[in-house]
Design a protein around this ligand. Structure first.
Ligand SMILES: [Zn+2]
Length: 57
């Protein structure tokens, strides 16, 4: 199974996991393979995921 990838822009406050999210960071980001507990998931990614439209990295 492929590890999930989460990206957070250096200046951002939320973690993204859908490459089709409008705020998916292309440059200057940090990567994690898990969602850091005290951080926030991106609401837009969550919405795509809930709709089954999330294109995972
Ligand atoms: Zn997002």
């Amino acid at each position: 199974m492929k590890k999930p990838i989460y990206r957070r822009a250096y200046k951002g406050e939320t973690w993204h996991w859908c490459t089709n999210c409008s705020e998916w960071p292309e440059n200057d980001y940090t990567i994690r393979h898990y969602l850091p507990q005290r951080d926030k998931p991106c609401p837009a990614c969550q919405k795509l995921d809930d709709a089954g439209k999330c294109e995972r990295a």
